[in-house]
Design a protein around this ligand. Structure first.
Ligand SMILES: [Zn+2]
Length: 116
């Protein structure tokens, strides 16, 4: 897994790594280090992989995401991320949830909605 977020604190990087290790169904790669924290908050509804798999973030994923974003001092609604952040990440389908024995690795297209 390649993740490039050197701008963040060590604790954050470790937190993200731990987070990803605990949630192997998808892999998230940050493709640029700067993003507009003031952009419109968006929430992930679901992601669709090129293989056809539909991924839905579970409550643990949402809670963890919300917790991780607190380091930015951003006032974000629960489960939401700055809209610009979604343009700065690539999401891949990793291990299948059922058996954890099949690795996909294809691109997931996220469906996001505005949070008001
Ligand atoms: Zn897939």
């Amino acid at each position: 897994m390649v993740i490039s977020i050197e701008k963040f604190s060590r604790a954050t990087v470790e937190g993200v790594r731990t987070f990803l290790a605990e949630h192997p169904p998808v892999e998230i790669k940050v493709t640029r280090r700067n993003f507009d924290m003031a952009s419109r908050p968006l929430r992930i509804v679901r992601g669709t992989c090129e293989c056809g798999h539909v991924w839905t973030p579970d409550p643990v994923f949402i809670d963890t995401l919300t917790e991780r974003m607190k380091v930015f001092d951003a006032e974000l609604p629960k489960g939401a991320l700055p809209g610009d952040f979604y343009d700065a990440i690539e999401v891949k389908h990793a291990w299948d949830v059922e058996t954890r024995s099949q690795y996909c690795g294809k691109q997931i297209t996220l469906e996001v909605v505005a949070v008001t």
